[in-house]
Write a protein that binds this ligand. Sequence first.
Ligand code: FAD
Length: 280
Amino acid sequence: MKPEISIEFFPPQTPEGMTKLRAVRGELAKLRPAFFSVTFGAGGSTRERTFAVIKEIAAEGHNAAPHLSCIGSTRASIRDILNDYRAAGIRRIVALRGDLPSGMAETGEFRYANELVEFIRQETGDCFHLEVAAYPEWHPQARNPQDDLDAFARKVKAGANSAITQYFFNADAYFNFVDAVRARGVDIPIVPGIMPIFGFSKLARFSDTCGAEIPRWMRKKFESFGDDSDSIRAFGLDVVTALCQRLLAGGAPGLHFYSMNQSVLIGEICRRLGLEPPSQ
Ligand code: FAD
């Protein structure tokens, strides 16, 4: 059986961005993903835009999974959003804590994602399939790996059905994480999050912030390419395809792609992995 793939977008800020995303989605739909997900800004900052993209995806006949982050939100505002999604026929949510922009005070009624998962279950029962985030290289704010594993297990106990990981480039981190949660009796599917490499300097900065390690051998090689974007792209494709192959061979149940609203690299990686559906 072919592994399932899913693909993540962010909600564009402009009408041009929305138009471009429609075309990107058209291309990526050829891969027949299990669902497209759309991110959500902390404190509800993208609430309308996230919903607009989700509605379009659903209207096109695809499964749409909005992300929902709870930090800086009230129970009443989350309840409203859940009601909107339920009424729109949405049946999957990626439930997160989120990160408040620096300087924004934490005035909401939720502290951690497990509280959001619990609230969604209380409010809506089994209406939604709930995805939560997992961190094979540990969340940057975690006091230690044990606490982070405990936090993950709490989200599952609260009612999460499956998990998507932060991206990483070290397959062993994923396998170690899966072994560690299985040892705690957690048996939900944990789908690796895959970041195609669009460029190196941005990736390096972003990886430092979110706690994803770029192994030295990769970093040195990327740095040696300087501004040669063709070489960066070619090496990035090789590295990410090899990572996906190793993850799938080791039992990963699927792949979740961080698309950055672009289709070409994901299409090429899936082609190399043999995950393209046969042409009709
Ligand atoms: P949590 O699971 O609550 O964990 C956050 C931290 O708190 C961890 O360090 C954990 O160990 C710790 N912790 C948890 N419970 C406790 C406790 N009871 N006591 C002490 N410490 C505790 N962000 C967005 O804003 N919008 C998005 O759309 C979005 N999508 C994402 C999708 C994926 C697949 C992933 C992996 C991340 C996404 N993020 C998004 C980023 C995410 O919101 C951040 O990583 C955020 O910092 C943590 O969210 P969480 O849901 O993992 O939080």
